[in-house]
Design a protein. Structure first.
Ligand SMILES: Cc1cc2nc3c(=O)[nH]c(=O)nc-3n(C[C@H](O)[C@H](O)[C@H](O)COP(=O)(O)OP(=O)(O)OC[C@H]3O[C@@H](n4cnc5c(N)ncnc54)[C@H](O)[C@@H]3O)c2cc1C
Ligand code: FES
Length: 243
């Protein structure tokens, strides 16, 4: 974990409630599937946001405004210098990917998969990608994934774009492994539908974000785990789904 001050370069809306923030600072060693904890001025608790992109000293975060903290983030301007804790969480283990891994993102679960796709491509592995959204107006990053050369499917729940349905309705027949991030009902349905192994990034309410407060503890088949430190990525077979 590092405590780094970044400088906002841009903070642009992608949809009515989703923003992309680019920040310049020390990005060395940040892994796909890890998250940063953003100190938002005026708020005691930091806000955890997944790493969407990370290259040459520029960090990209994509976040949805859901409450006062993320609304304050959306008001940040180029030149602002937020304090971030970086390198948090375990990240995805890309050594398991095989030849044709599948990346599955739902809504604001999409961002960490973009950095994951880039890292897989750097390893010479081209992933298939499914990005699920409720409706066309909520779609973001489809063009960015296509620009990487990935095979991209974008189902929407209301059928306003792509296949009508959920990510589980768009699963290809063959894939060697999967990496997923999204709302818990989506992740649970995915695990029920696929026989293939994979890893899932879970989102829990967090306190400290680095393992000290136990506020994010979650029961797994191998005992309690702190999602901020032992996760946020867990293997499919580790997760105990609650009804
Ligand atoms: C490891 C991790 C990675 C995340 N990555 C992203 C990301 O890349 N992009 C993104 O948009 N969001 C992400 N989140 C969720 C983000 O942290 C919350 O939306 C944010 O902290 C809400 O702050 P707020 O002050 O705006 O809302 P609050 O006023 O604190 O809450 C508003 C609403 O959001 C819900 N909420 C708050 N925090 C969380 C949380 N941690 N998980 C789920 N629901 C929450 C609350 O229950 C409430 O309904 C991530 C969360 C975690 C734990
Ligand atoms: S948020 Fe404090 S231990 Fe995870």
């Amino acid at each position: 974990m590092k405590n780094v001050r970044f400088t906002v370069q841009s903070n642009l809306s992608l949809t009515a409630s989703v923003y992309e923030m680019r920040l310049a600072g020390d990005t060395a060693g940040i892994l796909p599937g890890q998250f940063v904890n953003v100190q938002v001025p005026g708020f005691y608790l930091r806000r955890p946001i997944s790493v969407c992109g990370c290259e040459a000293g520029v960090l990209t975060l994509v976040y949805k405004t859901v409450g006062h903290g993320t609304e304050a983030m959306a008001r940040m301007q180029p030149g602002d210098t937020p304090d971030l804790l970086t390198g948090l969480g375990n990240g995805y283990d890309l050594s398991k990917a095989g030849n044709t891994p599948l990346l599955i993102g739902g809504g604001v679960g999409v961002p960490p998969l973009y950095y994951t796709a880039k890292k897989l491509l750097e390893q010479g592995v081209k992933p298939k990608v499914i990005l699920g959204f409720n409706t066309k107006a909520e779609i973001f990053y489809e063009a960015e994934f296509r620009a990487l050369g990935c095979d991209v499917t974008v189902p929407t729940a209301d059928g306003s774009h792509g296949v009508k349905g959920f990510v589980t309705d768009a699963l290809p027949e063959l894939y060697t492994y999967f990496y997923a991030c999204g709302p818990k009902p989506m992740l649970k349905a995915l695990c029920a539908r696929t026989a293939t192994d994979g890893q899932l990034s879970l989102e829990e309410r967090m306190g400290c974000g680095f393992g000290a407060c136990m506020g994010c503890s979650c029961r797994t088949v191998t005992g309690y785990k702190r999602i901020c430190r032992d996760g946020p990525v867990l293997r499919k077979e580790e997760i105990l789904w609650k009804d």
